[in-house]
Design a binder for this molecule. Structure first.
Ligand code: GDP
Ligand code: IMO
Ligand code: MG
Length: 428
């Protein structure tokens, strides 16, 4: 068996989509296991740019099937739009399937997400307003509508009646907004069921059997560890577990079947949305990273906050995920800096120095970064494919990260294109 898990180690947008696309060329299955269309995964295929939100980033190159596992939340409208866009560009989509157990994002989830964020004002989380949180809430409350329910008119109507009664009471009484019409939603979602019926299948048995057969199965995480519902900067997080452990519950695969645990981190940090960010740089350096790295949200277009690499947070992320293979992306964006800072510890509000990540989000926002400073490099590195050809100072930067984390960097990405990689050890 050969399994590969790709997860983000910072606040998302590390370049997971690019790495998944590259690895998917040799994969028989590419499986998403959490999140929904809050993700924005950019893949360049030559001149062509694709931004995948709900579809696995393996959709372009995977030689077998692409699956949205049970842990994913699926907006059928967004799914069909994405499928149609890919089809229009002459690519196949017949290999994409949705787990019957996956929960469905309904219009009231999107509205609830929007109203709640508006009501929070300055204290908002800065969600993508795609209904992700409310959909997971209904799943845990055991009132959610699953993909399988779209195929059964009686069950769909019964569940919808119950849900709309609750949601309309909240909208009308709490937010002073109009209620929703049951029949309209029922008819729309029945139609989605009709269109999607051949794509809604049982997936966990097939995934496990394919692993047992020895196929290459790749699990693609969306978001990242610092946005994890348990281990991120709660409550400024998403509502799922974007961890290697999340694969077990989000795809139905036991831990002893997961082998290559690939963590993706940028050579610096970015964050979109609100919440603490110890190494955020409000000066020249942050602006340069944003400009050179084109740091704008792939989904919302919001500018991403930028700052130096935070090794304290990264160590927390690699520990929780048990990362075996590290990927550092966007090293090219750091070309041109005289000095490169790297955060190795935090100074707490009472002057102590700590090198572990705290569970107190309030305290974290008071911490200051303690930096080591390394020499930078001026050369353009976007055409380099071998580690030895990198400027010595760039090599030193990568080695510094490896030493701190005790994990080898197996791939360094030096540009958005499929070919712009320094692969130090072939995985398969
Ligand atoms: P994801 O959400 O983790 O898949 O990442 P996004 O696609 O949201 O954001 C990463 C952005 O950086 C995309 O625009 C990629 O095309 C781009 N990118 C990925 N790797 C590299 C790299 O090594 N260098 C540069 N300059 N851009 C990269
Ligand atoms: P990818 O897969 C970056 C952030 C939102 C917000 C918080 C909660 O492209 O890395 P949500 O809509 O999930 O309830 O929002 O999480 N967020 C992301 N930030 N990349 C993402 O995905 C994100 N998905 C959600 O900005 O702060
Ligand atoms: Mg993204």
């Amino acid at each position: 068996m050969s399994t590969f898990v790709v997860v983000g180690l910072q606040w998302g947008d590390e370049g997971k989509g690019k790495i998944t696309d590259v690895l998917s060329a040799k994969s028989d299955y590419v499986v998403r296991f959490q999140g929904g269309n809050n993700a924005g995964h950019t893949v360049y295929a030559g001149e062509d740019k694709f931004v995948l939100q709900l579809l696995p980033s393996g959709v372009l190159q995977c030689r077998g099937k692409c699956i949205l596992g049970n842990g994913v939340v699926v907006d059928p409208n967004a799914f069909l739009n994405e499928i149609n866009k890919i089809k229009e560009r002459g690519l196949r989509t017949d290999h994409v399937y949705i787990s019957r157990r996956a929960h469905i994002i309904m219009p009231y989830h999107i509205l609830y997400d929007t109203y709640r964020e508006e009501a929070l004002g300055e204290k908002s989380i800065g969600t993508t307003k795609k209904g992700i949180g409310p959909c997971y809430e209904d799943k845990v409350a055991r009132i959610g509508i699953r993909a399988i329910d779209l195929l059964n008119p009686e069950i769909l109507r019964e569940k919808l009646e119950k849900n709309i009664r609750i949601k309309n009471a909240i909208f009308e009484k709490l937010y002073d907004k109009p209620g929703l019409d049951l029949d309209e939603i029922y008819n729309d979602y029945l139609k989605y069921g009709e269109i999607l019926k051949d794509k809604i299948v049982d997936t966990e048995l097939e995934i496990n059997q394919s692993i047992d057969r020895g196929d290459n199965v790749l699990f693609e995480g969306a978001q990242a560890l610092m946005l994890d519902i348990d281990f991120g900067t709660y409550p400024y997080v998403t509502s799922s577990s974007p961890t290697t452990g999340g694969v077990c519950v989000g795809a139905g695969v036991p831990p002893n079947k997961l082998e290559n645990l690939i963590g993706v981190a940028k050579a610096y940090c970015t964050r979109v949305g609100n919440g603490p960010f110890v190494t955020e740089d409000f000066g020249e350096a942050g602006r340069t990273m944003a400009e050179v790295g084109h740091e704008f949200g792939a989904v919302t277009g919001r500018p991403r906050r930028c700052g130096w690499l935070d090794l304290v947070a990264l160590k927390h992320a690699t520990m929780i995920n048990g990362i075996t293979h590290l990927v550092i992306t966007k090293l090219d964006v750091l070309s041109g800096f005289d000095k490169i800072k790297i955060c190795t510890a935090y100074k707490t509000e009472d002057g102590k120095e700590i090198d572990y990540f705290t569970s107190s989000t309030t305290k974290l926002s008071l911490y200051e970064p303690i930096y080591d400073e390394l020499d930078g490099w001026k050369e353009d590195i976007t055409g380099i494919n071998s580690f030895d050809e990198l400027p010595k100072t760039a090599q030193r930067y990568i080695k510094y990260i490896e030493d701190y984390l005790g994990i080898e960097v197996y791939l360094v990405s030096v540009g958005p294109e499929r070919s712009q990689n320094i692969i130090r050890k072939e995985l398969f």
